[in-house]
Ligand binder design. Sequence first.
Ligand SMILES: CC(C)=CCC/C(C)=C/CC/C(C)=C/CC/C(C)=C/[C@@H]1[C@@H](COP(=O)(O)OP(=O)(O)O)[C@]1(C)CC/C=C(\C)CC/C=C(\C)CCC=C(C)C
Length: 586
Amino acid sequence: MGFDYAIVHLKYNIPPAVLLTLLYRPLFTKLDAFKLAFLVTVAIVATIPWDSYLIRARIWSYPGHVIIGPTLCDIPLEEVFFFFIQTYNTTFLYLILSKPTFQPAFLRAGTPSSGAPWKYQKTAGQLFLVGATIWAWLRVRENSVGTYAGLIVVWAAPIILLQWTLAYQFILGLPLSNTLLPIALPTLYLWMVDTLALRRGTWVISTGTKYGVHLWDGLEVEEALFFLVTNTLIVFGQVAFDNALAVLYTFPSLFPSPPVLPSPAHLMQALWISPFDYDAKRLEGLQDAVLRLKRKSRSFYLASSTFPGPLRTDLLLLYSFCRVADDLVDNAATIEEAKGWISKLHEFLDHVYPASKDDSSASAEGLYESFPLETRSALLQLPAARLPRQPLQDLLYGFEMDLAFNNSSPIKTESDLRLYSERVAGTVAQMCIELILHLYPSNMTPGQQREVVDAGDRVGIALQYVNIARDIAVDTYIGRVYLPLDWLREAGISYDQALSAPNDPLMEGLRTRLLDKAFSLYEGARGAIESLPVEARGPIRVAVESYMEIGRTLRRKGYTVKAGRATVPKWRRIIVAWKTLNKRSV
Ligand SMILES: CC(C)=CCC/C(C)=C/CC/C(C)=C/CC/C(C)=C/[C@@H]1[C@@H](COP(=O)(O)OP(=O)(O)O)[C@]1(C)CC/C=C(\C)CC/C=C(\C)CCC=C(C)C
């Protein structure tokens, strides 16, 4: 009896598990737990018979003085624990590395003109894996120096073939940070650990059934292959899982109400759907939405990666619609053109929220075609079925207020400013809450729900105040000063002076006043975030905190300015997100 193998775990396998768990803990969802339990179970169940055979066939062995003693099917318990800890570590690394990726945007639809996506690569991969299985089977039958390598490949290649056949789209299409990296990092690490263990004699590989080739001094090629294929199995398993989830949650026409924790049968059903049945327009809408968010809002882009899958999709689509509508109005060459877009957007709302059945049957084609090509996917994919009409309509009224700037301002008093902010941002908060409660129904009473929506409204207003404080100079380029005329008057500044000297120290004083209002509203309302369903709390905290961080940066002065706007450096945004996820708001 000895503790050598247990010490390998204590020194090399448990510390990364603790570190990865601490890092990912605030983002860990029920779905992640389900995925982890599923993969660990499959890994242990699939490996025990194979490993037991290898030990009984004396391909490798464990000297009595390195293991504690108890075995399962002849496998030392330390080894069974190894199957668990390797799956655990690689799974967590994959979860962390894949979090920033919005995976549904990597689905590809088949079309009659382009055919099935990745069809040649899919077949080439299948042929390679079938060839590898045949090669391995022959090595096992030979029962010579190729036996150990053959046993590894004959066991793993058919499973990888199944994973490839089901999830080739994601395996080939996802960024390498989601596929290659989570395989390569733990493989390299375990190669080093294995080298140390073999040198110390913690486990021993018999001669006669191995090639005797070393990848580097002390690392047998079969051992290197073993860790490479097992990590590949774990990562491809997760990729297949995520591919299935992406199909389940992306196409309401195929899966109208997917369960939050899908059964293996559901997952298989999703993976068997032909890419020709995918809704290509929906995918286009999602891809456009991610790009739009990435280009336009770094704060919300970072925050979006903390939301669980289906909610992330809906928020991206809502953002895309709001952004497109705002840009149509802001970028119009004349007031008339901007008014034209607002009235078309009202027409669009009439179409998606018809007063009667007859209205809805009217053809929408002409209406969509009257919008610029690059905006149509955002309109088409607005999750209108999960949103009431009122906040969208109020948002348009807010944009109408923007058009009333004409050598003067429609924002005469602080209550005008509040009304404006409520319309353009309070409405957004209300819609975010609607989407959250739709996906994760809560047991709040209608009264409690109203209180949460009111608090959301105030947080939205606070964010808009920060937005205005950040953009004082930028807004003057388009002839707008959003600070109330009352405030300008009190500070002794005329509207024209504010337009021509936005960085005047007097204006700085008003910026501080606005930021103070923003933080006071925010402090009074942010506690309500803790009443939201648990799945949304952390991510919403990140979304609002990372935007409020812009306000804190403005208060600190000496900030970096890009395109006339104060910006929060990326490292700082990541730290804020991390801290925010870990703490409850007060
Ligand atoms: C994570 C994620 C994808 C969130 C998406 C949130 C979303 C749908 C935002 C829409 C943004 C938008 C383009 C709205 C149009 C009107 C507008 C410009 C509003 C201002 C946003 C700032 O965006 P940006 O800096 O990109 O704008 P400009 O470059 O200046 O044009 C706003 C400041 C409004 C943002 C308001 C919210 C996101 C609401 C936040 C509040 C909650 C989610 C509720 C919190 C809940 C409780 C219970 C307190």
